[in-house]
Write a protein that binds this ligand. Structure first.
Ligand code: CP
Length: 339
């Protein structure tokens, strides 16, 4: 062997990334990233149409179609608004909750999903404590799956209803959106960013419309690494500085159920991050105050702010029904090529 021969260098190419097979079903909404801005605009305008429609006409759209709500975590707003939305379109709904079903006996998500499909469910609305569960359910059932919140990951319909609320307050309820719709708008998301699927879905959506998103919280709830979450997003630890720049301030609940040993001094937290009437009046007297709920009054917001004139919290709740009507309709009609 010739010792002086140049070593053979192999070119190492990374393997090609296969295209994602998800969502399998065109009616599914697993992530807000499944939606391009045209689809977002379609859902916003369809929500407005459905909201204004004669209820006796509207309830023929999905008359007697079967929709299952599968909830492994508690919920008031999401569950009720999905159910009211499906019923407003004429669908029959059934609720399976982890506390009163065979899930308690150890039945898997896959078997529960296949059982619901065998019972005639044509779409499943899933809330689950594990991130990624909606993708698994869709893969197993190939039904349209609507992500109603998966662990610490995403809550896409919440981001859509939050966007509708912001557009109502700042853009006269516009429902056609593009990359400049929220140009010049700073939205600050405050508190438990780490555990918040609401924050994540909003961070994936709002910068695509041109908004600047500031995320604000202590390092335990907002580690430095989340700074790399995407373009248009910046960490601002100083709540007062963030408030001064904000047209919208989105407060988050501290998710005690997901803290898993994390220690937080609540008095210190309140001093640094609670939205009080005084802070709001002096730093952001025009800002829209939002909160996905449930609110812990006296912790992340004071009662006066939650009930005050700048609060859009109950508008967010109401917008949940309109947005979810559009999303549920799309779930069933997209696979038939009708939307
Ligand atoms: N915003 C939200 O998801 O609230 P619920 O947990 O009550 O559904």
């Amino acid at each position: 062997m010739n010792a002086t021969a140049a070593p053979i260098r192999r070119q190492i190419h990374p393997p090609p990334v296969p295209p994602s097979p998800f969502p399998y079903n065109p009616g599914s909404m697993l992530s807000v990233q499944d939606l391009n801005l045209e689809a977002v605009g379609y859902l916003l305008s369809r929500a407005t149409e459905l909201e204004g429609m004669d209820p006796l006409v509207r309830d023929r759209i999905l008359l007697k179609r079967r929709i299952a709500l599968l909830f492994y975590e508690s919920s008031t707003r999401t569950r009720t608004s999905f159910e009211l939305a499906a019923k407003a379109l004429g669908a029959d709904t059934t609720l399976v909750s982890s506390l009163s079903s065979s899930i308690e006996k150890g039945e898997s998500l896959k078997d529960t999903g296949l059982t619901l499909r065998a019972l005639g469910a044509e779409a499943i609305i899933l809330r689950h404590n594990s991130s990624g569960a909606p993708w698994l359910l869709e893969q197993c059932t190939h039904l349209p799956v609507l992500n109603a919140g998966d662990g610490m990951h995403e809550h896409p319909t919440q981001a859509l209803l939050d966007l509708r609320t912001i557009l109502q307050r700042l853009r006269h309820g516009a429902d056609q959106v593009d990359a400049g719709t929220l140009a010049g708008v700073t939205i600050t998301i405050v508190g438990d960013i780490l555990h918040s699927r609401v924050a994540r879905s909003n961070m994936l959506l709002l910068p695509r419309l041109g908004a600047e998103v500031l995320v604000c919280g202590p390092t335990q709830l907002l580690p430095e690494v989340t700074a790399t979450m995407g373009p248009g997003i910046r960490i601002e630890r100083d709540f007062d500085a963030a408030l001064r720049r904000s047209q919208v301030v989105m407060m988050l609940r501290i998710q005690a159920e997901r803290l898993a040993g994390l220690q937080l001094d609540l008095e210190e937290y309140k001093a640094d991050y609670q939205l009080t009437g005084q802070r709001l009046a002096s730093l952001a007297p025009e800002a829209v105050v939002m909160h996905p709920g449930p609110i812990i009054r006296g912790l992340e917001v004071t009662a006066g702010v939650a009930d005050g004139p700048q609060s859009a919290i109950l508008d967010q709740v109401s917008n949940g029904v309109a947005i979810r009507m559009a999303v549920v309709e799309r779930a069933l009609l997209a696979q038939e090529g009708r939307v």
